[in-house]
Design a protein around this ligand. Structure first.
Ligand code: 5GP
Ligand code: MG
Ligand code: MG
Length: 180
């Protein structure tokens, strides 16, 4: 039923699972002798966070933060609002930010400033998707799952107007779904 709104599937469930395994193995090595705090950015990063963490073989604490910058539009407002803050103090902690997609870079550059201000010991970014063509502020993730073209994508956590997060793949939304 949902697939009628999708123009093209970019990444299948299998490809994403494979990548979660790969990145999980890298994080297992990097944090083997640490106790990092993984921060999943709600709601979009939820599926990726859960798949990724299954493959991290190290002590890791998990928390979530909900920030909004988009509302129901498909372009960034540039404004970042904290909808739900962390439950955990991050002073002196090794932070792994887990994101669904980096577009303008504004959300993450805001969070990095915030976490530095709160005295995190180290901050690394893992993102499932990166859309470099959308960048408005300089920002690079430490670990990127996949690069995506300049299109509005949904699925595997990513929404349009709160829909499509439950798709098991990442696809390009048909234009007629959001422009009429
Ligand atoms: P940024 O602050 O980097 O512009 O945007 C970050 C947030 O915007 C992402 O976490 C995501 O929620 C949303 N976003 C950016 N590009 C897309 C996209 O192509 N599709 C969807 N569904 N959300 C996007
Ligand atoms: Mg996000
Ligand atoms: Mg959204």
């Amino acid at each position: 039923m949902l697939e009628k709104d999708i123009q093209e599937i970019l990444l299948t469930d299998e490809q994403i699972q494979e990548k979660a395994k790969e990145l999980g193995a890298v994080l297992s090595q990097e944090y083997a002798d640490k106790f990092p705090l993984a921060i999943g950015i709600l709601k979009g990063a939820m599926p990726f966070m859960s798949d990724l963490m299954k493959h991290v073989d190290a002590y890791v604490e998990m928390d979530y933060m909900d920030v909004s910058s988009y509302g129901n539009a498909t372009v960034s407002s540039g404004e970042v609002k904290i909808v739900k803050d962390l439950n955990t103090s991050i002073e002196g902690r090794d932070i792994i930010i887990v994101e669904d997609i980096i577009d303008s870079g504004k959300t993450l550059s805001y969070l990095i400033d915030l976490f530095k201000y709160r005295k995190a010991k180290s901050i690394k970014i893992v993102t499932l998707l990166d859309k470099p063509s959308g960048r408005k502020v300089p920002l690079e993730a430490d670990y990127v799952g996949f690069l995506v073209p300049d299109a509005f994508v949904v699925g595997y956590g990513l929404d349009y107007a709160e829909r499509y997060r439950n798709l098991p793949y990442v696809g390009v939304l048909k234009k007629e779904v959001y422009s009429f």
